[in-house]
Design a protein around this ligand. Structure first.
Ligand SMILES: Cc1cc2nc3c(=O)[nH]c(=O)nc-3n(C[C@H](O)[C@H](O)[C@H](O)COP(=O)(O)OP(=O)(O)OC[C@H]3O[C@@H](n4cnc5c(N)ncnc54)[C@H](O)[C@@H]3O)c2cc1C
Length: 407
């Protein structure tokens, strides 16, 4: 693809999940029609990752949690390139795809999410190890097979987040759903459940806790008979056994551990784009700290944890936060291209709303500041959390498929 005509500019979005899809819709909304919006994404579909916690238990099938991207973009007048970015030529403002195409841009937003860093722990992960994952659809389907094997041959279960991880909500949700399914299958006596986490205490969530979240989570675990191990470091995973720092060994018949995240290879191999871990440093406009026409949104944005914890634990970047970042970035990209109002959103002011589903109940929490003290934190638990998550899924999927996002 060659450069754009003189008065027409091109905004390019790399990645098309929560952050990328939102950025593309917002750019199309803000930019005059003469300007082009192009999306580069290797998957031909969008996956609603929050519902992947239900896929292993047969509560959702792939078609329930995905939709094809190309028709949605075609309807909106957005060009979709179904390929991955291999690297970025920042000097010449081009994205180089794995297929060898050079896509020129006037403004760029990188929304490539994380690389799942299973390789930081021997034996971790579904590809070269022994634990399961629900971080993408393929992994969730593999976890479904592992769950079916477990039902034939049940035993202890271990769920959690590895050291350096940040996606704590997903591991809590998966834990609670697994416990719910074990109870429904009448396997409680043969399948004790253990939760391991890098958080300094249960209910920390990478945010320092929200209101009385620690007490609530501890009480809930007590009620369900789940052992929770905070400040946890996994030293090695072997077939059917996780070893923790200090030597404790946890046997398992089924285990799902969310890994730590790194930046994707396309960012890491582009000098000057990411930090040493591959995350992109941005200012309050979600513009790269050093590079004028480059923005980033979503999980691939660099956010330093507000406090050091004994075991490294990152700040969670939820889908809802990724969308806020994408909206801010897109508005500023449009302002760069054709003028207009700019927008800033310091991470310290961003709020986080999280619904943790527990199978038939759950916890909803809202922190009014992801970083720092929340003035009006809220935590609520009960069946309404389960129904809220289902409503979130239905409204999100329905509106995005139509190209008219609400929520
Ligand atoms: C099990 C689970 C449950 C969750 N539940 C919730 C929830 O209830 N609520 C909530 O708000 N958040 C939830 N989250 C978090 C949420 O899924 C993430 O915050 C969100 O997916 C981040 O969006 P993103 O666009 O930054 O990155 P991602 O969703 O990771 O998407 C990145 C996209 O970039 C593409 N990409 C990667 N590399 C390249 C490349 N080189 N070139 C082009 N494209 C590339 C990928 O294919 C992908 O489509 C959950 C996460 C998990 C794992």
């Amino acid at each position: 693809m060659t450069s754009t005509a003189t008065d027409s500019k091109r905004a390019v979005v790399v990645g098309s999940s929560f952050a990328g899809l939102t950025a593309a819709f917002e750019l199309r909304k803000h930019l005059d029609r003469k300007h082009e919006v192009v999306v580069i994404e290797p998957r031909d579909h969008f996956t609603f990752i929050p519902s992947l916690i239900w896929v292993p238990f047969g509560k959702r099938d792939p078609e329930d949690v995905t939709f094809k991207l190309e028709p949605v973009y075609a309807k909106k007048g957005i060009r979709f390139i179904n390929d991955a970015a291999a690297s970025f030529d920042l000097d010449n403002r081009k994205v180089i795809t794995t297929g060898g195409e050079e896509v020129a841009y006037d403004s760029l937003v990188v929304a490539t999410g994380p690389k799942l860093a299973f390789d930081r722990i021997d034996g971790l992960g579904p590809e070269n190890g022994y634990t399961q994952s629900v971080c993408n659809l393929e992994h969730a389907m593999q976890t479904r097979e592992a769950w079916e094997r477990f039902l034939q041959n049940p035993g202890p279960v271990v769920a959690g987040t590895a050291q350096g991880g940040s996606c704590f909500g997903a591991s809590y949700e998966f834990l609670l759903n697994t416990h719910h399914r074990i109870r429904k299958a009448g396997l409680e006596d043969v399948a004790p459940v253990t939760f391991i986490t890098a958080e300094p205490f249960l209910g920390h969530f990478g945010l320092g806790g929200v209101a009385d979240s620690q007490q609530r989570v501890e009480k809930y675990f007590d009620k369900l008979g789940i052992e929770g191990i905070a400040n946890n470091v996994i030293t090695e995973v072997r077939d059917g056994e996780i070893e923790l720092k200090g030597g404790r060994k946890l046997p398992f018949a089924f285990s799902m551990i969310v890994p730590s995240f790194a930046g994707v290879d396309a960012v890491s191999r582009t000098e000057g784009l990411g930090n040493p871990a591959g995350f992109i440093p941005v200012n309050d406009e979600f513009r790269h700290e050093e590079i004028e026409n480059v923005y980033a949104a979503g999980v691939n944005v660099a956010v330093a944890p507000p406090q050091q914890t004994e075991v490294p634990a990152g700040v969670p970047k939820t889908g809802q936060m990724s969308e806020v970042m994408a909206k801010v970035a897109a508005q500023n990209m449009a302002a760069d291209i054709q003028g207009g109002e700019r927008r800033e959103m310091p991470m310290s002011e961003m709020e986080a709303i999280c619904i943790l589903d527990g199978g038939n109940t759950g916890i909803i929490f809202k922190a009014d500041h992801v970083l720092g003290e929340s003035e009006h934190p809220r935590v609520m638990s009960g069946p309404q959390a389960h129904w809220a998550k289902i409503a979130f899924e239905k409204i999100f999927m329905g509106s995005r498929k139509l190209g008219h996002p609400i929520l």
